[in-house]
Design a protein around this ligand. Structure first.
Ligand code: KIV
Length: 269
């Protein structure tokens, strides 16, 4: 698609419904993101989610989608310690349905990336804002605004490509820097908060369908008031049960006369 200049949309998915929707909408790339830590499990950051949880989500996403290329995030501390640790954990995600794994970081993860790729595991890189490093940076912000920072990101992109990643997510970097990197490397870039010049764009499922009730980041958009619509339906259900409107006759199954008679004769026992 990069070669053809064909832009593609990617989306996160975490369960059967979101994954099935991505399949039906023909989303070519689905990410089982560690953003599940926030949007599925209710934590404030991506740090608490663990391998077991990522495996379960990956299995559900894979089971309901045989069309999209499925990338699973390697959770915080599942790859940073060593290449051997990275390899072992990446293998678990692949065995459970991921087509590739994604790791955050630049030069510092290149050795582990090469090890995984050499062992047959496709790897996606992630540069710019790296949410797993929130405790180092203290805030979610645009990265690569200074020449020094931009040079580091460019260097990391080149090194990651050399190490064998199949694409790179560029999160929250300036438009011009994302454009520069996209032209510089031969593998696809997938932007989020990095302007429109990347080869693909990725967003978080809950943000675009309006299931996230928190303030959306500037780079996202709400195509539907999903939360509002669901709330309305659940309120209606609760009211109809209370008013004995639901379940109705059509939702019930009725006994044959013989059973009705038996129940009548045994009313007191
Ligand atoms: O976990 C996630 O949702 C991500 C995307 C923001 C790229 O890594």
């Amino acid at each position: 698609m990069k070669k053809r200049g064909e832009k593609f949309a990617a989306l996160t998915a975490y369960d059967v419904t979101s994954s099935q929707l991505c399949k039906e909408a023909q989303i070519p790339l689905v990410l089982v993101g560690d953003s599940a830590s926030m949007v599925v499990f209710g934590f404030d950051t991506t740090l608490p989610i663990n391998m077991e949880e990522m495996i379960l989500l990956t299995r559900a996403v894979k089971r309901s989608n045989d069309l999209s290329f499925i990338v699973s995030d390697m959770p915080f501390m599942s790859y940073q310690a060593s290449g051997a640790v990275a390899l072992q954990n990446a293998g678990k995600l692949i065995k459970n349905g991921a087509d590739a794994v994604k790791v955050e970081g630049g030069v510092e993860v290149c050795r582990s990336v090469s090890k995984m790729v050499a062992s047959g595991i496709p790897v996606v890189g992630h540069l710019g804002l790296q949410p797993q490093s929130i405790n180092v940076y203290g805030q979610y912000k645009v990265h690569g605004k200074t020449t020094k920072e931009a040079k580091q990101i460019i260097n990391s992109a080149k090194k990651l490509e050399k190490a064998g990643v199949l694409m790179i997510v560029l999160e929250c970097i300036p438009f011009e820097l994302a454009d520069h990197i996209t032209n510089l490397i031969n593998i696809p870039t997938v932007g989020i908060g990095s302007g429109s010049m990347c080869d693909g764009e990725i967003q978080v499922f809950h943000d675009i369908v309006g299931l996230n009730t928190k303030k959306l980041p500037k780079h996202s958009t709400r195509y539907l008031d999903g939360y509002g619509l669901l709330l309305k339906s659940i309120k209606k259900y609760q009211k109809e049960v209370k008013n004995r409107k639901f379940p109705a006759k059509k939702n019930s199954s009725f006994a044959k006369q013989k059973l009705v008679d038996f129940l009548k004769t045994n009313e007191s026992s």
